[in-house]
Design a protein around this ligand. Sequence first.
Ligand SMILES: C[S@@+](CC[C@H](N)C(=O)[O-])C[C@H]1O[C@@H](n2cnc3c(N)ncnc32)[C@H](O)[C@@H]1O
Length: 191
Amino acid sequence: MSFLRKIFFTLWYLRKPPWDTNQTPPELADFIQSNPPGRALDLGCGTGTNVITLAKHGWQATGVDFIPKAIRSAQRKAAKAGVSADLRVGDVVKLNGINSPFDLILDIGCYHSLDQPSMQAYQENIKRLLAPGGTFMIYLFFRSEDKLSGSSATEADLLPFEQFLELVERQDGTERDLRMSSWLRYKKASL
Ligand SMILES: C[S@@+](CC[C@H](N)C(=O)[O-])C[C@H]1O[C@@H](n2cnc3c(N)ncnc32)[C@H](O)[C@@H]1O
């Protein structure tokens, strides 16, 4: 399944994927405006748009994506923007070699593409890597009849996060008028 997903995303990155807009969404821009910089991890960072935005605002930012072409493009963009960021090829299900606690973990459009065992491993990684008092921000869309939607997520796939995080904000919407989507912001209790 993960292998097929990789092919799916590799094919998208052969041309310009629709999500690769070079625009940081207002939800993240608002968060950056109202929080001091710290350590950030962008899961499924694509070509690094949001890692670069975070780095420009003083964050020590790490981005992980399993498509080498996307990471190469992210590294080129970061160099061009004159920012330093840790951009690496890796699987968000494993996150080998990533250990430091993060004040912000961001996911725009990655979690919803994982299968069930991968989602469970991902949840364990969030538990392990989010610092006390840290924020987990996620944008996802939900499974629809549209077989090309790339999403396998349901509402039930969000429930495990509430076992170790507090949901602070949720904004529901629609993705390109095609399917239900949500922005969610969770916080981990401080020590
Ligand atoms: C919809 S794109 C969004 C990219 C980026 N977050 C953005 O907003 O431009 C989802 C990204 O997640 C990556 N991805 C999906 N599954 C992954 C996995 N298991 N490990 C690492 N990256 C993954 C894809 O390669 C793709 O770049």
